[in-house]
Design a protein around this ligand. Structure first.
Ligand SMILES: O=C(CO)COP(=O)(O)O
Length: 138
């Protein structure tokens, strides 16, 4: 599965803790992240992550572009609901695209934990069926 990891500044420590706790699961997947989030996770774990631009510089939109191409299976986006973000339109656009394309998106660590365990259990294997079907059409 392809997983996007994103965290606002006040949530980065939670994301680091999450990534350390679930490293054995995460390392079995293809990981993507916005710039600073990805760097911090890589510094704290042995995970290999494809890093996009920092969120305010377009990273959320780059992840959104992959969603629109059906190339992202799960988004873990630990948002800070108490701080306004200069790039709020990009954040809304990313979450909107998750809804457009039916991509599971967890916006806090509690739902992130449920999703990662569900993925490990095979609950997201339907994504492979969709990707195979789309691959056969192109
Ligand atoms: O702002 C972000 C998501 O909206 C996260 O970006 P960074 O990981 O670069 O801090």
């Amino acid at each position: 599965m392809r997983i996007a990891l994103v965290a606002h500044d006040n949530k980065k420590q939670e994301m680091i803790n999450f990534s350390m706790a679930y490293e054995p699961i995460l390392r079995k997947h293809e990981l993507f992240a916005t710039g600073t989030t990805g760097q911090k996770i890589m510094d704290a774990t042995g995970l290999d992550i494809h890093r996009f631009q920092s969120g305010p510089l377009g990273g959320d939109q780059q992840i959104g572009a992959l969603i629109a191409q059906n190339k992202m299976d799960l988004v873990l986006f630990f948002r800070d609901p108490l701080t306004s973000q200069a790039h709020e339109p990009d954040i809304s656009a990313l979450i909107r695209l998750c809804d457009v394309y039916q991509i599971p998106v967890a916006t806090n660590v509690a739902s992130g934990e449920l999703f990662i365990r569900a993925m490990e259990r095979g609950d997201f294997n339907w994504r492979n069926i969709i990707k195979e079907r789309e691959g056969n059409q192109s």
